[in-house]
Design a protein around this ligand. Structure first.
Ligand SMILES: [Mg+2]
Length: 392
């Protein structure tokens, strides 16, 4: 049976959520209907546009544009700034609602998520009808609009939600790829970066269809692993699963009861290294990344202790998992004989994207050019307005 996956994406999330906040605070205008932007910086005019309203987009004010340039286009531009806490609140409201409806649910970013509808069809009926109802329910309950993309895998659902916006439901089933996805320009393909697209265009690959019908071996030869992925995507192939966020707490982990009580650190390191390799393989197999690492020590007294750390960037690399597990172990170990050692990772996501803070006042030190580049990467990958914290 073909899968049915939904991708639910808040339209101009930061702009919409800022509009709601302003309305709540008594501001008379709904900035979604005005020429307005959310700008990443607290300082006056040297920031970049993080989100722009539909009327702003219409006159050419776009995400990643410098605020100074936006003012040049429209001098009475309404500018507001991101409010991370408020955005999180809005995001959580939607997520908690979706969690009640769907047992298999994956948050992809602050304003995007996937749900696996396949097994829900029996309960909720036709997916298109349900998607329309869901979209309207979200608007009526929370005051912001979403696009819902429906497809037979995550890639197709994600591509579908990117079709015409806002407040729309689109399908992109396997049998619609040719008609709906292949005519799109190559830059519209999920994960196709600017540089890669330039190269592809130099090969006369101008549309997604051009890539899908190109010689696969040539693509792989030139673009290696990424080429294979893009070639598959262009053909609508994606076998990654909707990662159930509810599984997060359990995580992936291994532990070993040692044959004798151990005080030799090198033996423990060897075990941690083995666990790291196994965990890394499992993460890679499931095409996921982990953000939290937990080390467990049980002493010969049977007292058990856990120590965990959250990484800045998610990982699936054994070297990294091993490195952090060693440092966790060293912080935790009290030199008593050890009976059991365990290592577990949790807090999964399907990406380990570079993360960027537009909320950090210190990020003035990052050159505009670099920010633009990062914002570009992130937006390309995850749709507009998806900007998360991180780099300093
Ligand atoms: Mg969005």
């Amino acid at each position: 049976m073909e899968k049915i996956i939904f991708h639910i994406d808040v339209n101009s999330a930061f702009l919409s959520w800022s509009a709601l906040k302003l309305l709540e605070n008594g501001y008379k205008k709904d900035i979604r209907n005005e020429i307005s932007v959310v700008s990443g910086f607290q300082s006056k005019r040297n920031g970049i546009v993080v989100a722009s309203s539909i009327p702003a987009k219409k006159i050419g004010i776009k995400t990643t544009m410098k605020l100074t340039d936006a003012y040049k286009i429209y001098k009475d531009l309404i500018v507001t700034h991101p409010d991370k806490e408020y955005y999180k609140k809005c995001s959580n409201k939607m997520i908690n609602y979706l969690k009640q409806l769907f047992p298999i649910y994956e948050q992809f970013s602050i304003d995007e998520c996937f749900v696996d509808y396949t097994s829900m069809k029996k309960l909720y009926g036709d997916e298109i009808k349900f998607a329309y109802k869901l979209k309207d329910d979200i608007y009526n309950k929370f005051g912001f609009t979403v696009n819902i993309g429906i497809g037979n895998n995550k890639l197709l659902a994600k591509m579908a939600s990117d079709f015409e916006k806002p407040n729309k439901v689109h399908t992109l089933y396997k049998n619609e790829i040719k008609e709906k996805m292949w005519p799109l320009k190559i830059e519209d393909l999920f994960m196709a970066g600017k540089k890669t697209c330039l190269k592809l265009r130099s090969l006369s690959i101008n549309t997604i269809g051009d890539l899908a019908n190109y010689n696969e071996d040539v693509i792989v030869k030139i673009f290696k692993k990424q080429g294979k992925m893009l070639y598959d995507y262009a053909n609508g192939i994606d076998d990654s699963l909707v990662i159930n966020s509810y599984d997060d707490r359990k995580g992936i982990g291994y532990s070993k009861t040692l044959e004798e009580d151990i005080i030799d650190k090198s033996i423990i390191y060897k075990e941690l290294n083995n666990f790291s390799i196994k965990i890394s393989n499992e993460l890679k197999e499931r095409k996921i990344y982990s953000k939290t690492i937990v080390v467990t020590i049980r002493y010969s007294s049977f007292q058990t202790f856990n120590h965990q750390m959250k990484l800045v960037n998610s990982t699936n690399l054994s070297e990294e998992i091993f490195k952090y597990s060693k440092s966790l172990f060293n912080n935790l170990w009290n030199r008593e004989p050890i009976r059991l050692i365990g290592l577990r990772v949790t807090d999964f996501s399907s990406n380990n994207d570079i993360q960027l803070s537009l909320f950090d006042e210190n990020n003035k030190v990052i050159k505009d050019k670099e920010i633009d580049k990062l914002v570009d990467i992130i937006n390309k990958k995850f749709g507009n307005e998806t900007i998360k914290k991180g780099i300093k």
